[in-house]
Ligand binder design. Structure first.
Ligand SMILES: CC(C)(COP(=O)(O)OP(=O)(O)OC[C@H]1O[C@@H](n2cnc3c(N)ncnc32)[C@H](O)[C@@H]1OP(=O)(O)O)[C@@H](O)C(=O)NCCC(=O)NCCS
Length: 172
């Protein structure tokens, strides 16, 4: 698989691919967003530091970071479909620490990841988002994602039922 995504600066942040040695900082970043409890399904990061370092070695996936000095403040993951029938697809997840939101990092990282999808012959990029996460949905739509489905009442967030919005970006 081709790899042509060198580190690039966005303001004071470096946007670069993750390395196994980033595992601990990635877990910190993900856990801080999970602790807010309203944006992500998981409430505890699934991998240990060692498991995360292994996961980062998967050449099929993209793990893109926003880094400020030594702190990982944003994590974007693209996981490619694992079957012959799904290898043209991938799914995107993104989490930026609260203090660093609204500065354009999310938009920049997603656009950078779309470049990677193009280089790697991915035709369709999927994501899922809570219907309650309106700023994120607006951002995805501005980038060019389209809503293609909705699982009604899929999540129960502290007694409030919200839908799972399925969105996709076509790379033709
Ligand atoms: C959703 C998320 C990735 C967006 O990244 P971000 O860096 O905060 O967004 P950006 O600064 O790139 O914003 C891009 C646009 O959205 C707007 N925007 C961002 N946050 C906003 C907010 N809270 N309310 C309204 N508009 C907002 C910006 O004004 C900007 O508009 P523009 O493109 O017209 O200039 C980030 O906020 C985040 O990680 N949130 C918590 C976790 C989460 O929701 N993950 C996604 C789960 S599917």
């Amino acid at each position: 698989m081709k790899d042509e995504l060198p580190p690039i600066k966005f303001g004071d942040y470096w946007i670069r691919k993750a390395e196994p040695s980033d595992a601990k900082e990635i877990i910190n970043c993900m856990q801080s967003v999970m602790d807010e409890r309203i944006y992500l399904v998981g409430e505890y990061y699934f991998y240990t530091e060692r498991g995360e370092a292994e996961r980062l070695k998967n050449p099929d996936d993209l793990n893109l970071l926003a880094v400020l000095k030594d702190e990982v403040v944003g994590v974007l993951t693209i996981q490619r479909g694992m079957y012959r029938k799904t290898r043209h697809t991938s799914s995107l997840g993104i989490a930026i620490k609260r203090r660093h939101r609204g500065l354009g990092l999310g938009k920049f990282m997603i656009n950078r990841s779309i470049e990677w999808c193009r280089m790697n012959d991915i035709k369709k990029l999927n994501l899922e988002v809570f219907s309650s996460n309106e700023p994120a949905i607006r951002l995805y739509e501005r980038i060019g994602f389209k809503i293609e489905g909705r699982k009604v009442g899929q999540f129960n967030i502290d007694g409030k039922f919200v839908d799972d919005i399925l969105m996709s970006y076509k790379l033709e």
